[in-house]
Ligand binder design. Structure first.
Ligand SMILES: [Ca+2]
Ligand SMILES: [Ca+2]
Length: 253
């Protein structure tokens, strides 16, 4: 009895499942659901690995710190991305997110997907949005819900990626296409245009498609940054084709 207890006590405790983007503490999985990272994890050092669409992994020890945001105290990661990272990077506690989903990269030249994004932007009230103005940054095809039919995620924007050149008709769009039976469904993962008096830039990304907490279901993570705010969402697509926001975290106004 005592020896069993001792054996249990000497086992290395598993690190808490946490995810973050750059310096942003993003989400915590407590075994049942995703939540904000609890303040009690302040001071914890966790081994984190990078999870990307390219599957590249680089492990790094990250310290969880306490910060003060607009919505109160929060946990952030104190670490330096180092040189060469101009896109946000998703990190997940090491040992999780081992199951990456097979992804087909469709490239960024497709006139069909440019036209699809322009149509979507017009449906959102962007007047005169043209396919030729759409910049595709990522188009992937993958089976997100494991029903055997592929989904497509399109990440696109129109306009400048720096503040100076931003125009009123600029937009950022991250869109999911899925087919349920014979019905094609379009889901908006992110769309923003005409942001207050400042028209952009809008930077939107698909960061990862992976089983983040190891429950056998694929999650996918989007992240976007406007002039005054940034945030990410962990999503899941159910077998029935319902889009579920598993967890959301944002900072800024
Ligand atoms: Ca599917
Ligand atoms: Ca999962």
């Amino acid at each position: 009895m005592i020896s069993t207890l001792l054996a249990l006590m000497t086992l290395d405790p598993k690190p808490p499942i946490v995810v973050g983007v750059d310096h942003m503490g993003f989400g915590h999985y407590d075994g049942k659901s995703w939540k904000e990272i609890p303040l009690k994890l302040k001071g914890t050092a966790v081994p984190m690995e990078r999870v990307g669409l390219d599957g590249i992994t680089s492990s790094k020890q990250i310290s969880l710190e306490e910060g003060e945001g607009p919505s109160g105290k929060n946990i952030y990661f104190d670490y330096d991305m180092g040189a060469g990272y101009d896109e946000p990077v998703l990190r997940v506690t090491e040992g999780y997110a081992k199951r990456r989903t097979k992804i087909e990269d469709l490239g960024t030249k497709s006139a069909t997907y440019k036209g699809f994004v322009a149509d979507f932007a017009r449906s959102k009230g962007v007047k005169g949005a043209k396919a030729s103005d759409v910049i595709l940054t990522k188009v992937i095809r993958t089976d997100l819900n494991g029903d055997g039919n592929p989904e497509v995620i399109v990440v696109a924007h129109k306009g400048s990626q720096v503040l100076e050149g931003a125009k009123k008709s600029d937009f950022g769009a991250t869109i999911l296409r899925t087919q349920i039976g014979k019905t094609v469904k379009t889901y908006e993962l992110f769309f923003q245009t005409g942001y207050q008096m400042q028209h952009g830039p809008f930077k939107n990304y698909l960061l990862a498609v992976a089983d983040l907490e190891g429950d056998g279901q694929t999650e996918f993570v989007t992240y976007d940054a406007e002039p005054w705010s940034a945030g990410g969402v962990i999503w899941r697509l159910t077998k029935a084709g319902k889009l579920v926001k598993v967890h959301e975290h944002g900072e800024g106004e």
